[in-house]
Ligand binder design. Structure first.
Ligand SMILES: NC(=O)c1ccc[n+]([C@@H]2O[C@H](COP(=O)([O-])OP(=O)(O)OC[C@H]3O[C@@H](n4cnc5c(N)ncnc54)[C@H](OP(=O)(O)O)[C@@H]3O)[C@@H](O)[C@H]2O)c1
Length: 306
């Protein structure tokens, strides 16, 4: 049984991860809002108040942990990307990363592993070619953010601590992320494609996201960067078609790209219309099998719960 401390545990991915890992590990959740955390999790979870501007204090909290998982950061899709919001998206990630890194460096007996969140935005919002873990950084705001975010904890490797970076794709689940946002208008008979809907979405079912993290924690040789996506990206219009069929509703509207650009600016390019073909080459080479490799099965599983 390992002692695992999770940052960002109260979020969409973190909640599921915490509940899953709790089965066979001792879990500690560190949150800016311990009351929210207490409401989400049962009593078996230890909750630590997020009040650690100071790396020394954090290193004391870390001292009894085997593994640190860092998922924390301002949600990238919750608000319009104003200058302030973009700064918040970046700083919320790099500040925590640097603090975690400083705290680990201060420690004599260090944790064995840091799982550091990142995203496939690293490869840019318009990947003309198929990307794997060796592909170069792409262009755009999210590519810059993910690079700085990943680098914020890099130094711990020089101090002998294993680090695994999870570049996650679009996570499909019912309690957050893209699926509820797509399902809502379809249920209201307002199913629509953005532009032609030709853009490719590289995605992963929430259950596979969590299973993949568990694999990386327990598979001793795993190290470095991993894409957490299935190797069957899907075009956005096909994704909408599947949702429409499952909910027995038409997808009949088309929102022109120009309108999206005017309404959402850069966010439209990088989130709503992102065109990315990313593959989980490394994870699959380690024998990891996805429970839901294709989007139709994933959505059938998810939508039976809505
Ligand atoms: N969901 C996806 O499809 C997806 C795809 C790729 C990458 N990711 C990345 O994976 C991580 C987890 O994703 P998620 O969807 O679970 O995120 P989420 O639901 O937005 O939760 C992130 C957690 O981070 C903490 N947080 C939020 N704003 C913060 C701020 N300004 N400063 C410090 N901490 C803050 C919160 O925890 P407390 O309130 O408890 O402190 C929150 O529960 C994120 O960093 C995200 O960028 C997600």
């Amino acid at each position: 049984m390992k002692k695992i401390l999770i940052f960002g545990a109260t979020g969409f991915i973190g909640r599921e991860l915490t509940k899953y890992l709790q089965e066979s590990n001792e879990i500690y959740v560190i949150s800016r809002n311990p009351d929210k955390a207490k409401n989400i999790f049962n009593k078996a979870i230890n909750i630590i108040n997020w009040d650690f501007r100071d790396a020394k204090m954090l290193s004391e909290i870390f001292s009894s942990m085997d593994i640190i998982v860092n998922l924390a950061g301002e949600n990238i899709a919750a608000k319009l990307w104003t200058k302030n919001q973009k700064q918040k998206i970046l700083n919320s990630r790099t500040d925590i990363g640097k603090l975690i890194s400083e705290a680990i460096i201060l420690m004599k007996k260090k944790p064995e592993l840091l799982i550091q969140a990142s995203a496939i935005g690293y490869y840019g919002y318009n990947t003309n070619e198929k990307c794997n873990e060796n592909s170069p950084k792409g262009k755009g705001f999210l590519a810059e953010v993910t690079k700085k975010w990943e680098n914020s904890t890099k130094e711990i490797e020089l101090h002998g601590v294993k680090r695994i970076i999870i570049r996650t794709g679009v996570v499909m689940g019912v309690k957050g992320g893209i699926v509820p946002k797509l399902v809502k208008p379809v249920k209201l008979f307002l199913g629509s494609n953005f532009g032609e809907g030709n853009n490719w979405i590289s995605w992963v079912h929430i259950k596979d996201e969590i299973r993949a993290i568990d694999h990386l924690i327990n598979n001793e040789p795993s190290k470095g960067i991993y894409n957490l996506v299935t190797s069957q990206p899907i075009q956005s219009r096909h994704l909408n078609q599947i949702i429409g069929k499952l909910l027995k509703r038409p997808i009949w509207l088309r929102i022109p790209k120009t309108i999206l650009y005017q309404l959402f600016g850069k966010m439209a390019h990088e989130l709503l219309l992102a065109d990315q073909k990313v593959y989980s080459t490394k994870l699959e080479s380690e024998g990891f099998n996805f429970l839901f490799p294709n989007a139709k099965d994933a959505l059938e599983d998810l939508l039976k719960k809505t």
